[in-house]
Every structure is written in structure tokens, then in C-alpha cells.
Design a protein around this ligand. Sequence first.
Ligand code: SF4
Length: 351
Amino acid sequence: MTQISNTAEMRKFLEEYDGPSVRIMEVCGTHTHEIFRQGIRNFLSPKINLISGPGCPVCVTPAAYIDEAVYLALEKGCTITTFGDLVRVPGNVKSLQQARAEGGKVKVVYSPIDAEKYAKDHPEEQVVFLSVGFETTTPSDVIAVKNAIRDGIDNFALLTANKTMPGAYEAMASSTDAYLYPGHVHAIIGTKLCKDMAEKGVSGTIAGFTGEELLTALSVTVMKLSEGKPFFVNAYPRVVTDEGSPAACALVDKFLKPCDAEWRGIGMIPSSGVELKDEYAAYDARKKHDIPKMDYERKTGCKCGLVLQGKIKPNECPLFGKACNPDHPIGACMVSDEGACSAFYMYGGQS
Ligand code: SF4
């Protein structure tokens, strides 16, 4: 493999690459935005195709989940606590923003731990935290439940839609030649999954988030692809170790169990989510507040599912920049700060 050692050389290599065309999926929404923000797409060789994948937690949360949250706010009188992005995501009937305008109590918090603290300070309210995200953020959702048990409060619950990456990596493998694996996910779960994927023929590189780390990961990926054999490289060793964070994994395993999960626009991926174990049902909003089954998906013309699978680019959606824009989002990918459609819109993406 050619050795290149500095940023200018990496840029030159990626600019002048003239080998076989390659498709690289940046799984993580933060990678998508950073690659745009650093201007990396602007100089990549046309033989290097970057595909935005399903790693934005808000984007993959189905509309029916928003319907459940709206139901809790308007029909059950719960206080919904959530990160800001989810408030604007359209449900099948309305968004949480609209529910709030109709009198629902929807409070933006910075963390699930803050949500639990709010519940402790407001015992007269039934507080529900919208628990979405991947392996990176799930441990803090679990800590909130642990704190509720410690504090002896019974007015706090999670509405879970937490996802896990292994099922998604398998499901998207045919859309890409190699993954740019999300560094923060693998800081928690370690590298074993990536090694196993390479043994199954799926290649990838764990990437960090600075411009230099992204250039390194992309250069390594393109060079390794040209060798023609499945590979795995950890290009973020300052943060990602082989074992990850056993303490965080043990905490999650104590409270949560695997479940099938619905991904917006993609459908059900077996064992690609986690939910609270039966012994913690008192903190599971679906069980505690008896939410009726909601799995309907209204047709809107949104192509988020195809975008999240890397089958089209955001600007190939007929609604992009016209009916759908950040002021009037039709799909979650245009709402979230990590969404591919929002990144394309914000940075004028065309490649
Ligand atoms: S541009 Fe809007 S409608 Fe089209 S896929 Fe993206 S979020 Fe959905």
C-alpha cells in the first residue's frame, strides 16, 4: 500500500485518484456534515462516491414514533422531554411542535439525566423522555432510569426507539464498497463487530471527526479498496480501542434487551433495536401509559428511506429544496442537524 503521511499528500491522493470507481458510505450523520463543512466533497476525484447512510438517529425514527409521543402529550397529559430536533419532525398526523401549540407540554432538555431531574422536581407531572439514538447515547438513557430508581420516583419513563448498528451494517452492505464507521459508536462497542464484518466480506474504516482524521480514513479506505480484499482499519485509535467501553456495555445489558426495530422509510430490521427489560416495565412509557399500537406510515412523497440506504442522493428527491426545505421539512432528514438532506441543503451539495 502506498504510504502517505500528511494532509496535503492525502488531499492530493484523493483529488487525483484514477482507479476503479468506489462507493464509500459515511454511516454517521456527523461525518456527513463534517465532510461537507470541511469542503472535502469539493475536491474528491469523481471516481470516489460518498454515500450518506442511516446513522442519524432522528432521521431513522419512524413517523409512528412521533404519533406515540403526540398521543402521550395530548391524550395522556404527559410532559414530553426531548432533544430539540425531534420537536419539528413530522408525525403521520402532526409534529410535537403542533401538539405543543394545541396545549401539549413538550420540553426541550439537554440530556435524559436532565429529564429525570425534571421529573424528580415535578412529582405532579408524568414525564416521558424520548429515547432515540445509537450505542453512543443509549448508556445515558439507561443512567436516567437508574437515577429514577435511586431517587424512588415513579413519574419518569422512556419512550424507546434506540437503535443498534450491527443490523444496519448488514442491511446496507450491498449499497457500498466500504463503510466509514462512526468513531463514537465504536468507542463504546469496540472493534470486534468491524473485524467480524471484514471476515464476512464487508470492508470499513473507523473514522474520527476532524478534517485530518476524515482525510486519513478516506485515503486509507480508497487505498485498501484498490487492493481488492475485504479489510478493516481503525483510523481513530486515539479514541477507539478493541474492547471499547465494557462498563457502558454492561450497564446497557443490565437494563435493555434486543428487539426488532422499525427504521423510517427502510422498514423492520430484525434485532436492530433495544428496549427495557420486563423488570423495568414501570419505566417503559408504552407499557406504563398503555399506548395503542401505532405502525401506520402516511405517504408524503418523502424519499428519506432511499436516502438513508444510499440509493439516491438527497438532491435526487423531487421535493428537495422545493416543497421540502429546513423551514418546511417533509421528512426527518431535512430536520435534523445530522440529516443528509439538511447537509445537502445547507452546504449546497451537488456531488
Ligand atoms: S428532501 Fe425532504 S422529502 Fe426529500 S427525502 Fe429529504 S427529507 Fe424527505
